[in-house]
Write a protein that binds this ligand. Structure first.
Ligand code: MG
Length: 321
């Protein structure tokens, strides 16, 4: 299985799947500046930009840089507009803005964001807590957002990724049926989102649940956004790789959480996934030793140890010596 995966990750999938960027087996979207920092004490825009610069130097080409939410609700994301305007405008890196609603999407586009993530939950109660809308209202809002993007001048360059939170379990309702997630995913693709990412917001996914969902629904180019709350994130990523998933959201140092989900903790750590992919011979475009430098900068900025195992232990073979 590992050999099949290795071959597929390097060449066959890249050759046959146009959604994969040619030089990468796996696309990693770095979400640390948004999902990682949102639960931390607020950093200045300059500090956040310095982290983003370090991530780009480590090889990140897809970065969720901030969310356009109320600074009262999430103080650490204040200044998102200023941050986006200061980002380098090259085509090398695509900066994603998380937006909770149409107003957020308008603000993100006004600030020159080139890609939008919009969360919608598979859990009705979580959706209410997170964005104060029913799932049906969120679908309507997403329809408005896709229309806004389609009518904007650069529409072809602005993908909308619908991130389905609590896809593997909800802190309010418990189990979420794979069928519910599959039906919601289909509806989202029907209303014109560019792609869908399933998020394990509160770390309830297991290899069994990942397999169950991927076997009941396999939308094109589906991504996974995993959290390590119960120590299963890397296991889940491995199982998903075996099932052909080639897109992952990860956060530098394994930072992260949700302000609206009690007990939610770190994202799958970028360094831990890159370490695994490197060892399997699957290209991610990241340089592990530079990623560890970015994690070190992040640790100084947030002022506490980071959850990443590879950051704590260092790479198996020292790459800095
Ligand atoms: Mg998250």
């Amino acid at each position: 299985m590992a050999n099949d995966l290795k071959r597929e990750g390097i060449s066959e999938a890249s050759a046959t799947n146009e959604r994969l960027t040619p030089r990468r087996g796996v696309e990693i979207r770095e979400v640390g500046p948004r999902d990682g920092l949102q639960v931390e004490k607020p950093l200045s825009v300059e500090e956040r930009l310095s982290l983003i610069k370090a991530l780009v130097e480590a090889g990140a080409t897809e970065i969720e840089a901030a969310s356009f939410v109320s600074p009262k609700a999430v103080p650490a994301m204040a200044g998102a507009g200023e941050l986006f305007k200061a980002l380098d405008d090259s085509d090398e890196v695509r900066y994603w803005a998380l937006v909770p609603n149409l107003r957020g999407a308008e603000m993100a586009l006004e600030s020159s964001a080139k890609a939008l993530t919009v969360t919608i939950s598979a859990s009705p109660a979580y959706n209410l807590h997170n964005v104060a809308m029913s799932i049906e209202d969120s679908i309507r809002e997403l329809t408005r957002i896709t229309a806004l993007v389609a009518n904007s001048s650069n529409s072809r360059e602005i993908p909308v990724d619908a991130v389905v939170s609590c896809a593997f379990g909800s802190p309010y309702e418990g189990d979420i049926s794979p069928l519910d997630v599959a039906v919601l995913t289909e509806r989202l693709l029907e209303i014109g989102v560019s792609r869908v990412t399933w998020a394990d917001t509160t770390g309830m996914a297991t290899p069994r649940l990942i397999t169950a969902l991927l076997e009941s629904s396999s939308p094109p180019d589906v991504g996974l956004h995993l959290h390590d709350t119960r120590g299963t994130a890397l296991l889940n990523a491995y199982v998903a790789l075996e099932h052909g998933v080639r897109r992952f959201d990860t956060a530098i140092g394994g930072l992260g959480g949700s302000p609206f989900a009690k007990g939610a903790s770190g994202n799958l750590a970028t360094c831990d996934l890159v370490y695994l992919l490197d060892e399997m011979g699957i290209a991610s475009g990241f340089n592990l030793s530079k990623l560890l430098e970015a994690a070190s900068l992040l640790e100084q900025l947030v002022g506490h140890p980071l959850p990443s195992k590879v950051y704590a232990a260092g790479p198996r073979i020292a790459t800095n010596s």
